[in-house]
Ligand binder design. Structure first.
Ligand SMILES: Cc1ncc(COP(=O)(O)O)c(C=O)c1O
Length: 421
């Protein structure tokens, strides 16, 4: 395809939230929000081209190696490549046997996928509020929500920093609950020396374009130390297919048998060989990509930490933060202006594009239809509707981009403070 046609195509993306936030509003952006969270070089291109020459283009040697290498990175026994994190979490929900009548305690501060897999299986998400400084689910709030119907806790390591997993695992053990870690934001992150995806019963990762490592725009991984889940996960990601169990005296290479897992039916949630080949290179680069994000995160914090009314990212000393997001909070009473005023000036006048993650899931129309009320989690609401904004964050940001962001934030804060006097 000609370069020009490719450019035209990207301007006409299908996307909404998963593609581009480019707007035709005349604003000149110095630092736009990017929809590619990684860096691809010749190594990824060579790996993809080589995989295209293989005999099998899906679930072959690249997937097998990617799984082994990913499991080693996380320090877990098993890893299973899948089509994305949503399908990974769907498989986890099916393997746990979660269904009608069950409750799953979950954070409202997440992409809708974390709750969607619960409602898809006919169970009820129960929302526990967040810690206002880490933006992760608060273990104390989880404890308040446990009932006889609770079957699992689904945590999300928001923005690159892991949840406080020790008290969460303690609650789970006390009540016999499964724990699923949504690690979409945290490949390579750590909590007290343990990697994301290695503490709960199952970890689910995303390799979507935005993420710290990507497999050509979409992709996912399931991790577990639990041998008893291996068979179910393998079957549910590929239509419950099992080897042909009957004895025969001739070769039946394409014969298979199919049965349910926990009464659940699988789907085609497989990853292809090109994605896996690229994923292997990205995995090898992941420590460097994460380190770059950490450097950028710390440079932003150093530049803005003394601005009254703005709270930079808090790094929990127990965690190795991988800065999937840089979340800045506006404390309106101290800034003298609202988050929305600040965000508007930062965008329109300073050319720095911030975006918001995440509207509390229970505020979506579909959840209202299911009978969820307002104000279930006041801290998550305060966070989304009044405090937070996410700055551009990816490892391709230049020193100039970082300077422009820091200066833009300083100037926007000063402008809104003066205008509101
Ligand atoms: C926290 C979180 N969970 C789950 C997902 C879903 O990931 P995927 O797009 O790979 O299905 C995302 C993706 O944006 C996410 O940010």
């Amino acid at each position: 395809m000609l370069e020009q046609e490719i450019k035209k195509d990207s301007a006409e993306s299908e996307g909404g939230i998963t593609s581009s936030y480019a707007a035709d509003d005349g604003v000149v952006l110095k630092v736009p929000y990017s929809f590619f969270g990684s860096i691809y070089g010749e190594e990824e291109k060579e790996a993809a081209a080589k995989a295209m020459d293989q005999d099998s283009l899906t679930m072959g040697p690249q997937v097998s190696l990617f799984q082994k290498e990913f499991a080693a990175m996380c320090g877990v026994k098993h890893a299973f490549a899948v089509s994305n994190c949503t399908t990974a979490m769907h498989v986890a929900t099916q393997v746990f046997g979660i269904g009608p009548g069950d409750e799953v305690i979950v954070t409202p501060n997440t992409f809708v996928a974390t709750s969607l897999v619960i409602v898809k299986e006919g169970a009820r998400p129960v929302y526990a509020d967040i810690n206002p400084w880490t933006f992760n689910i608060d273990p104390g709030e989880i404890a308040k929500k446990v009932t006889e119907k609770t079957k699992a806790i689904y945590v999300v390591h928001y923005g690159g920093q892991m949840c406080d997993m020790d008290p969460i695992m303690e609650i789970a053990r006390k009540h016999g609950l499964y724990v699923m870690e949504d690690c979409a934001h945290t490949p390579g992150a750590e909590y007290r020396g343990r990697k994301a995806g290695s503490i709960g019963d199952i970890g689910c990762f995303s390799f979507h374009s935005l993420k710290n490592m990507s497999t050509c725009g979409e992709g996912g991984m399931i991790t577990t130390n639990r041998d008893e889940f291996k068979d179910g996960i393998e079957k549910l990601r590929c239509m419950n297919i099992r080897d042909w169990p009957k004895q025969t005296d001739y070769w039946l290479p394409s014969h298979f048998d199919v049965t349910d897992i926990n009464g659940r039916w699988g789907s085609n949630y497989r990853m292809n060989e090109i994605q896996a080949a690229v994923g292997r290179v990205q995995l090898w680069k992941l420590p460097g990509l994460n380190e770059k994000r950490r450097e950028i995160g710390r440079a932003i914090t150093a530049g803005i930490k003394d601005i009254p009314g703005l709270s930079p990212v808090c790094e929990d000393p127990n965690c190795f933060h991988v800065y999937h997001l840089y979340t800045l909070c506006v404390e309106a009473d101290r800034l003298g202006a609202s988050r929305d005023d600040f965000l508007r000036v930062l965008y329109r006048e300073e050319g720095v594009q911030g975006i918001l993650h995440y509207q509390p899931t229970y505020d979506f129309t579909g959840w209202r239809k299911m009978g969820y009320g307002e104000h279930l989690c006041p801290r998550a609401e305060d966070f989304f509707y009044r405090r937070e904004l996410n700055l551009p964050m990816h490892p391709r940001l230049s020193e100039q981009n970082i300077r422009d962001m820091v200066t833009g934030i300083q100037r926007a804060a000063e402008k809104v403070r003066c205008r509101n006097r």
